[in-house]
Structures are given as structure tokens and as C-alpha cells.
Design a protein around this ligand. Structure first.
Ligand code: MEV
Length: 357
């Protein structure tokens, strides 16, 4: 076949409404300026050979055998990553899904994934992997490349791996910009750019010191947290109904605050949203400390973003901060607390597919 396809997608942050969106409430998410690329070329031997490089800390190389529980993997770079095959559950499911849907299993395919998105940090690395893998393979096999179809296929893959998943993450990786999701319906919004700070705690590539079993479990951290929230919601249904309604109102008011560039109001809404995430049990100690520290250092607003975390999984996850005038203080405080700190801009470009002949 001889051609080379490259698909590049952005990371995401959920600004408002994570978790609540799984139950149909409105969420607002945006692309940020960190990207993941998947490059697809042909190889002689049938099957998929996958290389993953999560810049700069780990690399993984393996042959994928769709349909089987474990690929035959071998960690080649930096660290022993033999037990981390769950972390590529999304790639394996994408190849299985596409083969089943489009019957494309005759080729030998070489896939190289390079990512600037820390894993399990709530920044959409799973969705980015799904969207870029699906887009690159669909282009390679010439089975249709319209954005809507790619988004839907990628969401099906995410659902198959994760159980419950809203379309938020895959929508942002596909479209970029800002996206609102409500009752499963995706709307693209035009809103002004924001400058935010993201603080990540102990995401996988940054904490390879931990034992490999824990690392492989984290590949599916979101699935566990979403299931835990469901358990609590079922147990305290009447109370959670109020919390979920409040979360929805927060998202609606936040969209208006961004439109009006009313950052004081926006920050206050982030703080309230964080309180609700704490109430539903997705704020581990370390992320809570980062949020409190940011607020105490003068941030206009701070909250957990994405799925949140669990203390028993080391509190891995991210917080999102609207810094106001105090960005330098906040970043210094976060670094002292051993977080990975990133300045991010919202509203980045969505999926970009390049064909090299
Ligand atoms: C994960 O980034 C966001 C959650 O709301 C799950 C989802 O929307 O699928 C926790």
C-alpha cells in the first residue's frame, strides 16, 4: 500500500459538569494545546504492530492480536512495562471494532502513537487515542473519514472499553474548540480563549516508580470511578438528584460567564463545581490539597477536572485553575507539592489528518 497517514488530536479539559454528564446533565469541555498523534504505515507481516511513546517518560511496543485478552507485548524503552497491556485496551478495541464493522483484516499495519498527554490525568488521553487511531485507520483503509462518523466510532470504542462514558471526551478530541454535551447531544460552541493552569498529580508517565500492577489498573481508572459514583448515586438517590440539578445550573451559568468574560463569576462557579465533585466522592486528598492551595494563593477558581481520582490509586488526576493575577504563585506552590504544572490555552484545533503518499 505504501502510504503513510498521520492523525493528530488535542487533549481536553472538562471545564464544568464531569460525572454529572454521564447522567444527561450539561457539561462544557474544551481542547487544550497538548496533542497526541497516530501514524499508520504498512508492514509485511499480517496484524498490527503498535509502538507507543508517551513523551518523555515511557515507551511500549507490542503486537496486537485483536479478540484475544492480551497482546504479546514487550516494553522496550525506559522501563519494564510488560504488565501495562490494559493501558492500550483502547487501541486493541479500536482495531477489533473496525475489523468487525468494516471487515478490514487483510493487512499488516504499523502504528506509532506519540503523546504529550499524561495518562490517567483526566486530560482525555483515552479519547484522544480512540479518535486518532480510528481516524488514521479509517483513512488508511479508505472506509470514510467524515468527522461525525469518526466521533461516533471512537465513542463506541470508548464505551466498549469503559462501560459508561459520555460523548464529551471523544467530541473534543474530534472537533477541538469548545463542546457542550447534554442528554448525550453534542453541540459545538464558539467561546473566547481562556488561559488556565493544569496541575497533574502522579500521572502514570510521571510516577513509574510505582509497582506495575498498579500502573496497569490505572489504565481503566475512569471506569472504576464512574462505577463508584453510580453506586453512591443509587444509595443516596434523593440527595444526589439535588446535587446533579445544581451541577447542571452551574454549567449553564458558566457558559454565560465565559461569553461575558466575567472571570470572577466563572472562578466562583469553578469553586462551587469542585464542592459538588467532592460531595459525590471523586476528590482524593492530593487533588483536594492542590485546589485549596490554589484558592488560598489567590486563584479566581479551582476544581478537579475529568474523572477525578481515588486515594487508593495514589490520588492520580488533575486540577484546573483560573489563575487571575496569581499564576506564578500558584504554579510555584503546585511544583512544591510535586505536581506536574502546565500552562494551557483553551479552544485548540481538533482532529487533523494528513496523508503522505
Ligand atoms: C471523564 O473525562 C469524564 C467523566 O464525566 C466520564 C465521561 O464523561 O464519560 C467522568
Amino acid at each position: 500500500m505504501g502510504k503513510k497517514i498521520q492523525a493528530s488530536v488535542p487533549a481536553k479539559v472538562i471545564l464544568f459538569g464531569e460525572h454529572f454528564v454521564v447522567y444527561g446533565k450539561q457539561a462544557l469541555a474544551t481542547a487544550i494545546n497538548r496533542r497526541l498523534t497516530v501514524e499508520v504505515t504498512s508492514k509485511e507481516k499480517k496484524g498490527y504492530h503498535v509502538k507507543i511513546e508517551n513523551i518523555p517518560t515511557f515507551g511500549l511496543e507490542m503486537d496486537l492480536e485483536p479478540g484475544k485478552e492480551e497482546g504479546k507485548g514487550k516494553a522496550l524503552l525506559y522501563k519494564d512495562y510488560d504488565h501495562a497491556t490494559e493501558a492500550i485496551a483502547y487501541v486493541r478495541e479500536a482495531t477489533r471494532y473496525l475489523e468487525e464493522k468494516y471487515g478490514m483484516d487483510e493487512e499488516g499495519v504499523e502504528m506509532e502513537i506519540k503523546s504529550q498527554i499524561p495518562l490517567s490525568a483526566g486530560l482525555g488521553s483515552s479519547a484522544a487515542t480512540c479518535v486518532a487511531t480510528i481516524a488514521a485507520l479509517k483513512e488508511y483503509f479508505d472506509v470514510g473519514g467524515d468527522l461525525e462518523g469518526i466521533r461516533e466510532d471512537a465513542h463506541s470504542v470508548e464505551l466498549a472499553v469503559q462501560g459508561a462514558a459520555s460523548p464529551v471526551d471523544t467530541a473534543i478530541s474530534t472537533y477541538g474548540g469548545y463542546v457542550s454535551v447534554e442528554k448525550g447531544e453534542v453541540k459545538r460552541l464558539r467561546l473566547p480563549e481562556l488561559n488556565l493552569i493544569v496541575g497533574c498529580v502522579g500521572s502514570i508517565p510521571l510516577s513509574m516508580g510505582m509497582d506495575t500492577k498498579k500502573v496497569s489498573e490505572m489504565g481503566l481508572k475512569t471506569k472504576k470511578i464512574v462505577a463508584d459514583v453510580k453506586w453512591r448515586k443509587d444509595m443516596f438517590k434523593s440527595i444526589f438528584d439535588y446535587i446533579f440539578d445544581a451541577a447542571e445550573e452551574i454549567t449553564a451559568q458558566a457558559i454565560r460567564a465565559i461569553e461575558d468574560e466575567d472571570f470572577v463569576k466563572l472562578g466562583a462557579l469553578m469553586n462551587i463545581n469542585h464542592g459538588l465533585l467532592d460531595a459525590i466522592g471523586v476528590v482524593p486528598k492530593r487533588l483536594s490539597e492542590l485546589v485549596k492551595m490554589s484558592q488560598a494563593s489567590g486563584a479566581l477558581g479551582a476544581k478537579v477536572t475529568g474523572a477525578g481520582g481515588l486515594d487508593e490509586m495514589g490520588g492520580v488526576g488533575s486540577v484546573l485553575v483560573l489563575p487571575g493575577e496569581c499564576g506564578d504563585w500558584i504554579k510555584a506552590a503546585m511544583e512544591i507539592a510535586d505536581a506536574l504544572v502546565m500552562d494551557v490555552k483553551t479552544g485548540g484545533e481538533g482532529l487533523k489528518v494528513t496523508v503522505f503518499d
